[in-house]
Design a binder for this molecule. Structure first.
Ligand SMILES: Nc1ncnc2c1ncn2[C@@H]1O[C@H](COP(=O)(O)OP(=O)(O)OP(=O)(O)O)[C@@H](O)[C@H]1O
Ligand SMILES: [Mg+2]
Length: 202
């Protein structure tokens, strides 16, 4: 059987957070597990949810900042970014990580700006945050807290090789960012240059 290793090779500290961390929500506030599995956003399509969010806050969506597999992100008339999620689990994951970052008082990690979460709407599946410029670190929809996942070593070797190729000379710094996140109990799995962005070319 393959040897199992914790998290990824570049974040092998396996750091565990003390159980004394202050949480903003308790388990009692979550629906029981079977209901979570079929929970969905109310408010309809991504477009409908975005419109409802903008309308109720009296703001306009001015330009799309980007999009990916978990959602799309829009600049607003109050100079913020609004991310609308495709899936509840991705919304929950990202919100939980931003809460952790806020409780740690983090606004940047090793020189990479981290958005500040400003407002959330769990019904519409939307997080409003500050707009950041490169170099930045964002997108925690694929991250999880406190417990590293285990992957077979050959999977991790392949992953490492692909990250070295994607990031090129910046990989060492990106790996240090992952280690810094781990020290806060944040395990980021969706690691690519769109999420850990280095300085844009002039
Ligand atoms: N707060 C922000 N400030 C500036 N640009 C942002 C912000 N949030 C997102 N973006 C831009 O939008 C892009 C897509 O956002 P994000 O990575 O959060 O979406 P995603 O669907 O989770 O992407 P992925 O395909 O990586 O899972 C980012 O790579 C970035 O260029
Ligand atoms: Mg992304």
């Amino acid at each position: 059987m393959s040897k199992m290793i914790r998290s990824c090779p570049t974040c092998a500290s396996g750091n565990k957070q003390p159980l004394t961390r202050k949480r903003k929500r308790t388990l009692a506030e979550y629906p029981p597990f079977p209901y979570l599995a079929c929970m969905s956003f109310t408010g309809g399509s991504v477009k409908d949810r975005l419109s409802a969010y903008a309308q109720t806050r009296g703001i306009q969506l001015t330009a799309r900042l980007g999009f990916g597999k978990d959602g799309s992100v829009w600049a607003t008339s109050r100079s913020t970014a609004v991310k609308v999620f495709e899936q509840p689990h991705a919304y929950e994951a990202e919100q939980a990580v931003y809460e952790r970052l806020q409780s740690e008082g983090v606004s940047q990690v090793l020189g990479h700006r981290v958005p500040n979460m400003l407002q959330t709407d769990s019904q519409l599946g939307i997080i409003e945050m500050t707009i950041v410029e490169a170099p930045f670190l964002l997108d925690f929809a694929g991250a999880h807290l406190d417990f590293p996942q285990e992957f077979p070593e050959e999977v991790m070797q392949e992953w490492l090789a692909s990250k070295q190729e994607e990031f090129g000379p910046n990989w060492g710094h990106a790996a240090m960012i992952l280690i810094a996140l781990e020290r806060m109990g944040i395990y980021m799995l969706d690691v690519h240059p769109g999420n850990i962005r280095f300085q844009d070319p002039p």
